[in-house]
Design a protein around this ligand. Structure first.
Ligand code: TYD
Ligand code: MG
Length: 457
């Protein structure tokens, strides 16, 4: 029997098929399956009849090696990484093209290279020529930093070079431009991305350097060659932001060495990315007073509180089926809240278009924003503004009840710091003496959405 030399791989999710088909059964995408040569994957080269060695088992308890983290001097980046860079760890940085990944990593590696302990830093660009990176470094005022810069795409050369170095931090920009000659598919294909990453990760673990890998995001919103890569690395960071806004959010979606959902906030300026110490103040900076349909949500992103303005606009529809448009939040969640308002409170929204916007370009995923969204919709519908100094949080259930959310006192503390004087929150906190809210604000506890409407009218 002749040995199979090709397989068919979905470029979106990495599923493998013995023959071509139009639609990927695993992820449901059309026209993503491409023929690729087998081999060069590292994992599959194991000879079947080799005898294995015995492995040692140990008890769960034991002295763990203390992680000596390397601080990057960029506080927002350190926090997202769980408090600094762990030697031998691999960090995947994903994001849309042009969002600022190269800028962030160039700034980070320059800062690291300038540390007093003089770490060896290597920046390998497969996308830009040396001159382009130099021009950027000059623009950022970093041209004096002792960074080792190269423009290369052949993984074998890169591995051979790094093998001989004493690297502490290595940046590969981007993994989609890298290739291994033994693998016959084109750079950027799932097989190449997987094979190149495997070689780099193996080296990083062996030599003990921190490896940053840049990965572009496909139009579906996942890093190309995505799931395959995400489980190979220790940390996955997404760099997000709206094109029209200056804010950029670095979000940890997976972290073996720290908390996930941690965010770092940056502002893109003409001299590169600048850390934002107080994101709430920034997100609320452009808030107008006395406008209906706007309210402030006290949220938590990772370990820190963030206040954001939620805006809703409800207007009579001109379409047969009313329009719902959402920026920065989950559209299914909005549909659910509108359904609750209709079914439990008798609001008529079926002849109204509803637009929802999280001001400032932040994406919120917390259900704790439900109550604030409902409030914004009610305020816009009745054309009545909320008190300017009020924050809101709480989750809404399908029967219209308002449910408790985590860390109420942290949310209120941040609100108070920024000058807010009153809040609408779920009930049950003050009854329970243990979760004392510890706040001087006026507190309105509201148990269901109907009561919210009554209170507001
Ligand atoms: P870049 O880091 O090249 O994005 P990525 O690597 O994610 O593709 O970001 C480039 C964008 O950032 C570009 O549109 C210009 C902008 N920019 C600034 O606004 N200020 C700066 O100082 C720099 C270097 C870039
Ligand atoms: Mg780039």
């Amino acid at each position: 029997m002749s040995k199979k030399t090709t397989e068919y791989v979905c470029q979106n999710c990495g599923a493998v098929y013995p023959r071509w088909q139009g639609k990927c059964d695993a992820c449901g995408e059309w026209n993503t399956i491409v023929e690729e040569k087998i081999g060069g994957e590292g994992f599959s080269n194991l000879k079947p009849k080799q005898k294995g060695k015995m492995i040692d088992f140990v008890p769960l308890e034991g002295a763990a090696e203390k992680l000596e983290r390397l601080s990057t001097n960029i506080k927002e980046l350190d926090r997202v990484c769980g408090g600094g860079l762990v030697p031998g760890s691999v960090i995947l940085v994903g994001g849309d093209p042009g969002i600022g990944k190269s800028t962030l990593l160039l700034q980070a590696c320059a800062k690291v290279a300038e540390l007093p302990s003089k770490p060896e830093v290597f920046y390998i660009s497969g996308e830009e020529a040396i001159d382009q990176v130099r021009i950027r470094a000059k623009r950022l005022g970093l041209e004096k930093a002792p960074v080792n810069l190269a423009s290369a795409t052949d993984i074998r050369d890169i591995v051979a070079t790094l093998e001989k170095s004493n690297a502490n931090v290595v940046i590969i920009d981007s993994i989609q431009t890298m290739y291994l000659e033994d693998v016959e598919s084109t750079p950027g294909s799932v097989t190449q991305v997987r094979a190149c990453s495997y070689e780099l990760i193996k080296l990083a673990k062996r030599k003990g350097f921190t490896l940053f890998v840049v990965g572009h995001v496909t139009k579906q919103g996942s890093i190309a060659g995505p799931r395959v890569l995400e489980h190979m690395v220790d940390t996955v960071l997404y760099f997000e932001g709206e094109r029209g806004h200056h804010f950029r959010i670095l979000r940890a979606v997976k972290n073996r060495f720290g908390a996930t959902d941690e965010i770092g906030v940056f502002e893109m300026q003409d001299k590169g990315l600048v850390e934002v110490e107080n994101p709430s103040a920034l997100f609320l900076a452009e808030r107008q007073g006395n406008i209906s349909g706007s309210c402030v949500f006290a949220g938590i992103e990772g370990s820190r509180p963030v206040l954001v303005e939620i805006q809703a606009l409800v207007s009579p529809t001109g379409y047969a089926s009313p329009k719902r448009a959402v920026v920065g939040w989950d559209s299914n969640r909005l549909a659910m809240i509108l359904a609750v308002l209709e079914a439990r409170c008798g609001m008529n929204l079926s002849s109204q278009d509803v637009y929802l916007n999280i001001a400032g370009g932040l994406r919120i995923t917390e259900p704790a924003a439900d109550l604030a969204v409902a409030m914004a919709v009610i305020s816009s519908m009745t054309n009545k503004p909320l008190p300017h100094d009020m924050v809101i949080f709480g989750e809404i259930g399908l029967s219209g009840e308002v449910r408790a959310v985590t860390q109420p006192s942290l949310r209120l503390k941040e609100a108070q710091k920024l000058g807010f004087a009153s809040c609408i929150i779920p009930p049950s906190y003050t009854k329970d003496k243990k979760t004392s809210l510890n706040t001087d604000m006026s507190v309105y506890e509201i148990g269901n959405v109907q009561r919210l409407i009554n209170w507001f009218n």
